[in-house]
Design a protein around this ligand. Structure first.
Ligand code: URA
Length: 209
């Protein structure tokens, strides 16, 4: 079973509290999405493979640790996932960015991909799918399925806030995928919003309410 890592860190908790406040401005909200994105990336990259490089410090020679250079792609789920991209890129500047867009079928309520643009060698890359909210898990599960169809083997999901329902659904559909979340909230309400949550993340990032 994949790992579920809930960030247990004062900075993440503090920043999330500001984001949850409905009076927080679009500007501050957007900056905080990016900052928490950076902090969760720190945790989600903890198992990146390392090698050593022979260097000379001003004092002596040494074999110093360096990233083994495994290829990495960050995949925002449109549109709210876009808010997390720059935080990831500040930590992993050489990462590629693939985009996936999803629409909801009005009758079945199932999410379907309408747009998917990935780097050519995506199957060889470690994938980090990003979306601020893991609510029912429907879009995330569909996005993971699309990446698997393209041959991706190492897939992680990063969210700011997760609902227990979404985590359970993903663990059933994609038990191999690790989930990284800034917080685990209480439940989903009848409209599919996370409680206490922070409202519609896309609207709050882009100021479209
Ligand atoms: N998507 C959001 O933006 N917010 C929620 O609470 C649930 C899904």
């Amino acid at each position: 079973m994949g790992k579920v890592v809930i960030m247990d860190h004062p900075l993440v908790a503090h920043k999330l509290t500001i984001m949850r406040d409905k009076n927080t401005s679009v500007k501050d909200f957007r900056e905080l999405v990016s900052e928490i994105g950076m902090l969760i990336t720190y945790e989600a990259t903890r198992d990146l493979p390392m090698t050593t490089k022979h260097i000379e410090t001003p004092i002596c020679e040494m074999d110093a640790p360096t990233l083994a250079g495994r290829k990495f792609v960050v995949v925002p789920i449109l549109r709210a996932g876009l808010g997390l991209v720059d935080g990831v890129l500040r930590m992993v500047p050489a990462a590629r960015v693939g985009h996936i867009g999803m629409y909801r079928d009005e009758e079945t309520l199932e999410p379907h991909p309408y747009f998917c643009k990935m780097p050519k060698d995506v199957a060889e890359r470690d994938v980090l799918i990003v979306d601020p909210m893991l609510a029912t898990g429907g879009s995330a599960a569909e996005a993971i399925g699309e990446m698997k169809k393209r041959g991706c083997k190492h897939i992680k999901l990063m969210v700011l806030v997760a609902a227990p329902e979404g985590i359970k659904f993903l663990q059933e559909k994609h038990p191999d995928v690790d989930i990284y979340a800034g917080a685990l909230d209480d439940h989903l309400n009848e409209k599919g919003y996370i409680v206490p949550g922070l409202g519609d993340a896309g609207d709050r990032i882009f100021g479209t309410k």
